[in-house]
Design a protein around this ligand. Structure first.
Ligand SMILES: CC(C)(COP(=O)(O)OP(=O)(O)OC[C@H]1O[C@@H](n2cnc3c(N)ncnc32)[C@H](O)[C@@H]1OP(=O)(O)O)[C@@H](O)C(=O)NCCC(=O)NCCS
Length: 150
């Protein structure tokens, strides 16, 4: 079978110049964002500068068509907010973004990478399973927030 060619997209680090496009992409991809909390301009700037976040974008013809956020806590890596614009799905762009962020995390000495996926998000679960991620049905996610926007 012929290999899908994601090389039409350019994968690069995002900067604060991409902030508006990133928020627009998340909206188009159906990902909720917290404009007054952890997705505010100030919060994203802080994350970009913090050294534990990798913001990558996939660009085609100068337009942001996909993005991913990789993070790590020094022990494990996490893939967050993978998003491909609906008009550009099933072309291997999501896969290329995940592989790129995995390579960056591996380069930082991180050997295990996870992703938290809401149980209704079957598309995303199928995507991660296809990329070799194992579903842990025996783990329940607990969290504590300072505010609903956090
Ligand atoms: C999940 C998402 C990023 C996938 O992006 P994509 O660019 O379409 O994915 P790819 O084309 O790289 O697909 C990689 C593999 O996953 C499979 N896949 C992708 N979407 C799938 C789906 N909805 N159902 C089943 N398999 C799927 C592809 O078939 C492909 O496998 P193959 O190479 O064997 O054909 C995209 O659907 C999206 O942005 N969803 C909305 C945002 C979201 O929910 N993000 C996750 C938050 S945790």
């Amino acid at each position: 079978m012929e290999e899908k060619d994601p090389t039409a997209v350019n994968i690069r680090d995002l900067s604060m110049d991409d902030y508006n496009d990133l928020i627009r992409l998340w909206q188009a991809a159906g990902l909720p964002s917290r404009p007054h909390g952890r997705d505010s301009r100030e919060a994203i700037a802080r994350q970009m500068e913090g050294g534990t976040s990798i913001f990558l974008g996939a660009e085609e013809d100068g337009k942001l068509v996909g993005a991913v956020l990789g993070t790590h806590d020094g022990r494990k890596g996490w893939i967050n907010r993978i998003a491909v614009h609906p008009a550009h799905r099933r072309r291997g762009i999501g896969r290329a973004l995940v592989y790129a962020v995995e390579a960056r995390l591996h380069g930082m000495g991180i050997g295990i990478i996870g992703s938290l996926i809401e149980d209704w998000n079957e598309d995303s679960m199928a995507f991660f399973a296809r990329l070799g991620y194992l579903a842990h049905t025996d783990i329940v996610y607990f969290s504590k927030r300072r505010s609903p926007e956090t």
